[in-house]
Structure formats: structure tokens, C-alpha cells
Design a binder for this molecule. Structure first.
Ligand code: MLT
Length: 251
């Protein structure tokens, strides 16, 4: 079973983290537990969840569904950021009956292209050779906005600390799952629950234009741009991120 934290009470909000992080990245969302039950999940191979040799984005969505069953939850609001968003879209496709609302943050529906897949293979080799933190050092320049990286060393250290505690096997499994993930674009039109799409205005990994195109395809999709934030909008501008989620969940 996937590891998770579970705080607060009321409407369940399930949160899925980015790569190569774990549920600790949702710490700035702790205030949301004043108005709902926040369940932050470690995806397979990350944080306290065991490595799953068969880890794919689709299988991760099924493991999240198993977790919700074990917690005896009916429908939930599900939010995922980047890799977590890929899993959330797979969940919406595979377990729509468990979904009441969807939040897609700093993510994209498209699969990797050939260059993207080659890059995953390169990062797998780097991890095998130099360990998991090497991957993050390669990714870091793009993960947070220039402004965050220049002026907010505590935020950078917080994220780096989460990346540094992941295992090689977890990171390699994650890279393979990201490389092989399906194109989620055709499924967007079938999403039948209210959906919030959130993106940092300075997101360099999944730029706002990709969020705009997802918002157009999802019936009932609503887009919010988060100022003063790059790819990790929930960490870089938690006040605006949290307010957007609260308004959406209460709306
Ligand atoms: C993430 O933040 O989860 C990753 O950047 C996703 C990706 O590399 O596709």
C-alpha cells in the first residue's frame, strides 16, 4: 500500500507529488487541512512507498485507487503537480467513479517526444553512475523560477532536501515511468468533474501555454496562473496556490 499522511477532516483532498520528490513537498499546503481532510501520498518508489518494479503512470493511478479503498473513501478531490498530474489524469481515466473534483498543477497531457525519451534514458544512466541527487542538480535550474532561485534560498533548500532523500531505484523507476507514459490528451474531453488547472507564470518545464490548451479541452476546466512562481507553484507561492484551491473546493 502506498504511504501517505492524513490530516484534517471533512472533504478529502488527495495530493500527488512531482518528480523526484515525495509527499513532503505538500508541507506548504498544511493550512488546507483547516477546511478539508488532506491526504498526501508517496508515489511508488518515493518517500516511504516501496519501489514497484512494474511502476507506470497508469499502475500508480491504480495504487492510489487501492489506497482510497483501504481508507474507505468514496469520491475525493484529487490534485497532482507535474508527475502527480500525469497520475491524476490516469486516475481520471481509469477510476472516474472515485473522483469529485480534479486539480492539475504545472503539468501537461502530452507524452514525451523522442528527444524527451532520450533525455530520460540519459538521466537514468546519470543516476546509475552518480546517484539520485545528480538528476536533481541537472533539473534544478528549471524547477523553480529565477526569482525563487536567486532570492529564496530557504525554498530552494527545502526542495533540494526532499530530492536528496530519494533512492536511486525510486528515481530510476520514476524516470522510466515518465518516459513511457501515454498521451493523456484524448482523455481530457471525457473528464466530467469540475477541474482546476493551476500553473506558475514562470513555469519553464510545463509552460502556461500547455495549461491553456488543457483548460480548453476539459469541459468545465478553469485555469489560474500563479504569479511569482515557476514549476513548483505550490512551494513558490503557497498563499495564492492555497487560496486558489480553497476557492475551487468551496465553489
Ligand atoms: C515533475 O516535476 O514531476 C517532472 O518535471 C515531470 C517531468 O519531467 O515530466
Amino acid at each position: 500500500m502506498l504511504a501517505c499522511s492524513d490530516i484534517g477532516s471533512g472533504t478529502p483532498l488527495v495530493l500527488l507529488h512531482a518528480f523526484p520528490l515525495d509527499r513532503g513537498m505538500w508541507e506548504p499546503q498544511r493550512p488546507l487541512s483547516e477546511s478539508c481532510r488532506v491526504i498526501a501520498v508517496d508515489l511508488p518508489g518515493f518517500g516511504s512507498s516501496a519501489v514497484d518494479p512494474g511502476f507506470t503512470i497508469d499502475s500508480a493511478a491504480d495504487r492510489v485507487a487501492d489506497l482510497l479503498d483501504s481508507l474507505k473513501l468514496g469520491t475525493v478531490a484529487l490534485g497532482g503537480l507535474s508527475m502527480g498530474g500525469y497520475v491524476a489524469m490516469a486516475f481520471a481515466r481509469r477510476h472516474p467513479e472515485k473522483l469529485s473534483r480534479l486539480i492539475l498543477a504545472d503539468t501537461r497531457s502530452e507524452a514525451d517526444d523522442a528527444a524527451g525519451r532520450d533525455n530520460r534514458d540519459r538521466l537514468i544512466k546519470l543516476t546509475e553512475e552518480f546517484g539520485p541527487s545528480k538528476v536533481y542538480e541537472v533539473m534544478l535550474p528549471k524547477v523553480m523560477s529565477d526569482e525563487t532561485q536567486k532570492n529564496r534560498p530557504d525554498t530552494v533548500a527545502f526542495v533540494r532536501g526532499i530530492a536528496a532523500r530519494q533512492s536511486s531505484a525510486g528515481v530510476i523507476g520514476g524516470l522510466a515511468a515518465l518516459r513511457d507514459r501515454p498521451d493523456a490528451t484524448p482523455g481530457l474531453e471525457r473528464i466530467a468533474v469540475p477541474t482546476l488547472i493551476v500553473v506558475g507564470e514562470a513555469d519553464a518545464i510545463t509552460p502556461p501555454a500547455l495549461s491553456e490548451s488543457m483548460a480548453k479541452r476539459i469541459p468545465g476546466g478553469k485555469l489560474i496562473r500563479i504569479p511569482n512562481a515557476g514549476h513548483l507553484a505550490n512551494v513558490e507561492n503557497p498563499d495564492t496556490f492555497n487560496r486558489s484551491l480553497t476557492d475551487f473546493l468551496e465553489g
